[in-house]
Design a protein around this ligand. Structure first.
Ligand code: PGA
Length: 250
Protein backbone atom coordinates (compact mmCIF):
# COMPACT_ATOMS: atom_id res chain seq x y z
CA UNK A 1 0.00 0.00 0.00
CA UNK A 2 1.49 3.35 -0.93
CA UNK A 3 1.24 6.40 1.28
CA UNK A 4 -0.42 9.26 -0.58
CA UNK A 5 0.29 12.97 -0.26
CA UNK A 6 -2.98 14.87 -0.49
CA UNK A 7 -2.94 18.63 -0.36
CA UNK A 8 -6.04 20.80 -0.60
CA UNK A 9 -5.68 24.22 -2.20
CA UNK A 10 -8.48 26.42 -0.90
CA UNK A 11 -7.48 29.34 -3.14
CA UNK A 12 -9.48 32.48 -2.19
CA UNK A 13 -12.43 30.61 -0.67
CA UNK A 14 -14.11 30.08 2.72
CA UNK A 15 -14.42 32.56 5.58
CA UNK A 16 -13.29 32.33 9.18
CA UNK A 17 -16.46 30.68 10.44
CA UNK A 18 -16.50 28.16 7.62
CA UNK A 19 -12.82 27.40 8.10
CA UNK A 20 -13.25 26.80 11.81
CA UNK A 21 -15.70 23.98 11.08
CA UNK A 22 -13.57 22.82 8.16
CA UNK A 23 -10.47 22.45 10.34
CA UNK A 24 -12.35 20.53 13.03
CA UNK A 25 -13.70 18.06 10.48
CA UNK A 26 -10.44 17.69 8.57
CA UNK A 27 -8.57 16.96 11.79
CA UNK A 28 -10.83 13.97 12.39
CA UNK A 29 -10.44 12.73 8.82
CA UNK A 30 -6.65 12.94 8.98
CA UNK A 31 -6.66 11.07 12.30
CA UNK A 32 -8.12 8.05 10.52
CA UNK A 33 -5.79 8.02 7.55
CA UNK A 34 -2.15 7.06 7.12
CA UNK A 35 -1.82 9.46 4.20
CA UNK A 36 -0.15 12.84 4.47
CA UNK A 37 -2.92 15.46 4.53
CA UNK A 38 -2.28 19.15 4.02
CA UNK A 39 -4.14 22.33 3.20
CA UNK A 40 -2.87 25.47 1.47
CA UNK A 41 -4.58 28.50 3.01
CA UNK A 42 -5.04 32.19 2.39
CA UNK A 43 -2.28 33.62 4.61
CA UNK A 44 -4.71 35.61 6.71
CA UNK A 45 -6.02 32.34 8.16
CA UNK A 46 -2.63 30.95 9.20
CA UNK A 47 -3.09 32.22 12.79
CA UNK A 48 -6.43 30.37 12.95
CA UNK A 49 -4.77 27.23 11.61
CA UNK A 50 -1.95 27.52 14.11
CA UNK A 51 -4.55 27.59 16.91
CA UNK A 52 -6.87 24.90 15.63
CA UNK A 53 -4.55 22.50 13.84
CA UNK A 54 -1.80 22.36 16.42
CA UNK A 55 -1.27 18.78 17.59
CA UNK A 56 -3.20 17.46 14.61
CA UNK A 57 -2.06 15.40 11.63
CA UNK A 58 -3.11 18.13 9.20
CA UNK A 59 -0.22 20.07 7.68
CA UNK A 60 -0.97 23.63 6.69
CA UNK A 61 0.83 26.10 4.52
CA UNK A 62 0.45 29.06 2.21
CA UNK A 63 -0.46 29.42 -1.44
CA UNK A 64 2.31 31.90 -2.14
CA UNK A 65 5.01 34.03 -0.53
CA UNK A 66 7.64 36.54 -1.59
CA UNK A 67 11.31 35.75 -2.10
CA UNK A 68 12.92 38.36 0.16
CA UNK A 69 13.15 38.29 3.96
CA UNK A 70 11.71 41.80 4.41
CA UNK A 71 11.53 45.20 2.74
CA UNK A 72 9.39 47.49 0.64
CA UNK A 73 7.18 44.90 -1.04
CA UNK A 74 3.66 46.18 -0.51
CA UNK A 75 1.10 43.42 -0.16
CA UNK A 76 3.59 40.58 0.07
CA UNK A 77 4.23 37.99 2.79
CA UNK A 78 7.66 36.63 3.72
CA UNK A 79 8.73 33.08 4.51
CA UNK A 80 9.55 34.24 8.04
CA UNK A 81 5.98 35.47 8.51
CA UNK A 82 4.66 32.09 7.41
CA UNK A 83 7.06 30.41 9.83
CA UNK A 84 5.78 32.66 12.65
CA UNK A 85 2.54 30.71 12.39
CA UNK A 86 4.24 27.35 11.95
CA UNK A 87 3.34 26.84 8.32
CA UNK A 88 5.27 23.86 6.99
CA UNK A 89 4.92 24.26 3.24
CA UNK A 90 4.21 26.77 0.50
CA UNK A 91 2.88 26.37 -3.03
CA UNK A 92 5.29 27.86 -5.55
CA UNK A 93 4.55 28.65 -9.18
CA UNK A 94 0.88 27.67 -9.21
CA UNK A 95 -0.43 28.35 -12.71
CA UNK A 96 -2.82 31.00 -11.36
CA UNK A 97 0.22 32.83 -9.96
CA UNK A 98 2.06 32.43 -13.24
CA UNK A 99 -0.85 33.47 -15.45
CA UNK A 100 -2.78 36.06 -13.45
CA UNK A 101 0.11 37.55 -11.46
CA UNK A 102 2.72 37.08 -14.17
CA UNK A 103 5.19 35.11 -12.09
CA UNK A 104 8.19 34.13 -14.16
CA UNK A 105 10.31 31.02 -13.91
CA UNK A 106 13.03 33.20 -12.36
CA UNK A 107 10.67 34.30 -9.59
CA UNK A 108 9.58 30.71 -9.06
CA UNK A 109 13.23 29.71 -8.66
CA UNK A 110 13.87 32.53 -6.15
CA UNK A 111 10.84 31.46 -4.15
CA UNK A 112 12.00 27.84 -4.10
CA UNK A 113 15.36 28.96 -2.65
CA UNK A 114 13.72 31.27 -0.15
CA UNK A 115 11.39 28.52 1.09
CA UNK A 116 14.29 26.08 1.44
CA UNK A 117 16.40 28.67 3.26
CA UNK A 118 13.72 29.01 5.92
CA UNK A 119 12.75 25.36 6.23
CA UNK A 120 9.47 25.54 4.36
CA UNK A 121 8.72 22.70 1.95
CA UNK A 122 8.05 24.09 -1.51
CA UNK A 123 5.37 22.37 -3.55
CA UNK A 124 6.50 23.38 -7.02
CA UNK A 125 3.76 23.45 -9.65
CA UNK A 126 4.46 22.81 -13.33
CA UNK A 127 2.19 22.14 -16.29
CA UNK A 128 1.37 23.03 -19.86
CA UNK A 129 -1.40 25.21 -21.24
CA UNK A 130 -4.00 23.91 -23.69
CA UNK A 131 -2.30 25.46 -26.71
CA UNK A 132 1.07 24.04 -25.66
CA UNK A 133 -0.57 20.62 -25.33
CA UNK A 134 -2.21 20.94 -28.73
CA UNK A 135 1.14 21.82 -30.27
CA UNK A 136 2.73 18.74 -28.74
CA UNK A 137 4.98 20.81 -26.46
CA UNK A 138 3.95 19.36 -23.11
CA UNK A 139 7.18 17.56 -22.27
CA UNK A 140 9.42 20.41 -23.45
CA UNK A 141 7.44 22.97 -21.45
CA UNK A 142 7.45 20.90 -18.29
CA UNK A 143 11.15 20.07 -18.64
CA UNK A 144 12.04 23.75 -18.99
CA UNK A 145 9.87 24.70 -16.00
CA UNK A 146 11.59 22.04 -13.89
CA UNK A 147 15.07 23.14 -14.95
CA UNK A 148 14.31 26.78 -14.20
CA UNK A 149 12.49 26.17 -10.92
CA UNK A 150 15.13 23.83 -9.50
CA UNK A 151 18.22 25.67 -10.69
CA UNK A 152 20.84 25.86 -7.95
CA UNK A 153 19.01 23.44 -5.66
CA UNK A 154 21.22 20.78 -4.06
CA UNK A 155 20.56 17.06 -4.14
CA UNK A 156 20.01 17.14 -0.38
CA UNK A 157 17.45 19.94 -0.67
CA UNK A 158 15.58 17.97 -3.28
CA UNK A 159 14.43 15.63 -0.51
CA UNK A 160 12.33 18.43 0.95
CA UNK A 161 10.64 19.45 -2.29
CA UNK A 162 7.39 18.14 -3.72
CA UNK A 163 6.50 18.64 -7.37
CA UNK A 164 2.92 18.95 -8.60
CA UNK A 165 2.10 18.28 -12.23
CA UNK A 166 -0.93 20.41 -13.00
CA UNK A 167 -1.92 20.74 -16.66
CA UNK A 168 -3.32 24.27 -16.82
CA UNK A 169 -6.27 23.23 -19.01
CA UNK A 170 -7.37 20.77 -16.33
CA UNK A 171 -7.43 23.22 -13.43
CA UNK A 172 -10.92 24.15 -12.33
CA UNK A 173 -12.42 22.92 -15.59
CA UNK A 174 -13.86 19.60 -14.42
CA UNK A 175 -11.79 17.98 -17.15
CA UNK A 176 -8.88 16.09 -15.59
CA UNK A 177 -6.01 14.52 -17.50
CA UNK A 178 -6.59 10.85 -18.24
CA UNK A 179 -4.92 8.59 -15.71
CA UNK A 180 -2.62 7.25 -18.45
CA UNK A 181 -1.52 10.74 -19.54
CA UNK A 182 -1.02 11.88 -15.95
CA UNK A 183 1.05 8.79 -15.20
CA UNK A 184 3.14 9.25 -18.32
CA UNK A 185 3.92 12.88 -17.56
CA UNK A 186 4.67 12.21 -13.92
CA UNK A 187 6.99 9.37 -14.90
CA UNK A 188 8.68 11.78 -17.29
CA UNK A 189 9.02 14.40 -14.53
CA UNK A 190 10.68 11.83 -12.28
CA UNK A 191 13.10 10.95 -15.10
CA UNK A 192 13.97 14.59 -15.78
CA UNK A 193 14.55 15.42 -12.12
CA UNK A 194 16.51 12.19 -11.52
CA UNK A 195 18.77 13.08 -14.42
CA UNK A 196 19.25 16.64 -13.16
CA UNK A 197 20.35 15.50 -9.71
CA UNK A 198 21.80 12.06 -10.49
CA UNK A 199 19.17 10.47 -8.28
CA UNK A 200 19.41 6.67 -8.47
CA UNK A 201 15.86 5.83 -7.48
CA UNK A 202 13.32 8.10 -9.15
CA UNK A 203 10.67 6.83 -6.70
CA UNK A 204 12.34 9.07 -4.12
CA UNK A 205 11.01 12.11 -5.97
CA UNK A 206 7.47 12.89 -4.90
CA UNK A 207 5.21 14.07 -7.68
CA UNK A 208 1.51 14.89 -7.29
CA UNK A 209 -1.18 15.24 -9.91
CA UNK A 210 -3.48 18.27 -9.86
CA UNK A 211 -6.31 19.48 -12.11
CA UNK A 212 -9.95 18.53 -11.51
CA UNK A 213 -9.01 15.67 -9.22
CA UNK A 214 -12.20 14.76 -7.38
CA UNK A 215 -13.91 11.95 -5.49
CA UNK A 216 -15.02 10.31 -8.75
CA UNK A 217 -11.66 10.07 -10.51
CA UNK A 218 -9.40 9.87 -7.43
CA UNK A 219 -9.26 6.10 -7.31
CA UNK A 220 -8.25 5.73 -10.93
CA UNK A 221 -5.64 8.51 -10.84
CA UNK A 222 -4.16 7.73 -7.45
CA UNK A 223 -3.85 4.03 -8.18
CA UNK A 224 -1.58 4.76 -11.11
CA UNK A 225 2.07 3.85 -10.54
CA UNK A 226 4.28 6.90 -9.95
CA UNK A 227 1.41 9.22 -8.98
CA UNK A 228 2.23 9.94 -5.35
CA UNK A 229 -0.83 11.98 -4.47
CA UNK A 230 -2.79 15.03 -5.45
CA UNK A 231 -3.12 18.78 -5.25
CA UNK A 232 -6.84 19.36 -5.04
CA UNK A 233 -8.65 22.65 -5.56
CA UNK A 234 -12.43 22.58 -6.00
CA UNK A 235 -12.93 19.16 -4.43
CA UNK A 236 -11.06 20.20 -1.27
CA UNK A 237 -13.46 23.04 -0.47
CA UNK A 238 -15.88 20.66 1.24
CA UNK A 239 -14.37 18.24 3.75
CA UNK A 240 -16.95 15.66 2.62
CA UNK A 241 -15.45 15.40 -0.87
CA UNK A 242 -11.84 15.89 0.26
CA UNK A 243 -12.43 13.09 2.77
CA UNK A 244 -13.40 10.65 0.04
CA UNK A 245 -10.15 11.43 -1.78
CA UNK A 246 -8.13 11.08 1.41
CA UNK A 247 -9.69 7.66 2.06
CA UNK A 248 -9.06 6.41 -1.51
CA UNK A 249 -7.96 2.78 -1.44
CA UNK A 250 -4.65 2.27 -3.21
P1 PGA B 1 -8.85 22.06 -9.22
O1 PGA B 1 -7.57 22.93 -8.83
O2 PGA B 1 -8.75 20.77 -8.43
O3 PGA B 1 -10.01 22.88 -8.84
O4 PGA B 1 -8.76 21.79 -10.69
C1 PGA B 1 -6.31 22.33 -8.65
C2 PGA B 1 -5.29 23.37 -8.33
O5 PGA B 1 -5.41 24.50 -8.82
O6 PGA B 1 -4.33 23.10 -7.61
Amino acid sequence: MKKLYLFGNLKMNLNKTELTTYFEKLKQVAEHSLNVVGVALPVIYLPLASQLLQDSRVLYGAQNMFYEDSGAYTGETSALMLKDYNATFVLVGHSERRNIFLESDTMVNKKVHQALKHGLMPIVCVGETLSQKEQGQTKDVVKLQLHEALQGVTKEQLNTIIIAYEPVWAIGTGKSATSTDAKELITYIKQVVSAMFSVKNSDDIIVLYGGSLNENNASELLNMPNIDGGLIGGASLKVESFEKIIYTKV
